[in-house]
Design a protein around this ligand. Structure first.
Ligand SMILES: [Zn+2]
Ligand SMILES: [Zn+2]
Length: 141
């Protein structure tokens, strides 16, 4: 139950952060992810480093078994899943396989591509990653 609410919380936090911070004051960093580039690294990757450091600090602060260890591990776990899903499966970084035909993964892909259709930072959609609203499940949208 705690794990589940942690995952939901992280997804909500990430969606809000992506919507109002990355597509807001920090757009100049995040735009490197939305602009086409052949370079293997993007300035946008500093967000990965940023959340990784937060997770590590929380874990280090709470060692050996303080409450922040769990929070830090949760953030780290979510961050890794996000990286695998968003960077490797969707954007094919470090991965060359075609997109799996799994219905859920197809919907995740469709939703994230809808997000990438908007290159400007105003009027966007689909800032989340793992929770797929019904309209992205159908192939026609
Ligand atoms: Zn974005
Ligand atoms: Zn993306």
């Amino acid at each position: 139950m705690l794990v589940l609410s942690g995952i939901v919380g992280m997804e909500v936090f990430t969606t809000v952060f992506h919507r109002y911070v990355m597509h807001g004051p920090l757009w100049r960093i995040h735009v490197t992810h939305h602009a086409p580039s052949k370079h293997p690294l993007e300035l946008n990757d500093v967000f990965v480093l940023f959340f990784t450091s937060i997770a590590l600090v929380l874990i280090a602060m709470g060692l050996p078994n303080g409450p922040t260890v769990c929070i830090g591990l949760g953030i780290a776990l979510y961050g890794m899943s996000y990286f695998v899903m968003h960077d490797m499966v969707i954007h094919k970084r470090f991965l060359r396989q075609p997109l799996p035909t799994n219905r859920y993964l197809q919907a995740v892909y469709r939703m994230h591509m809808a997000h990438h259709k908007h290159v400007g930072n105003e009027l966007g959609e689909a800032y989340g990653l793992f929770f797929i609203p019904p309209r992205y499940w159908s192939k026609r949208s």
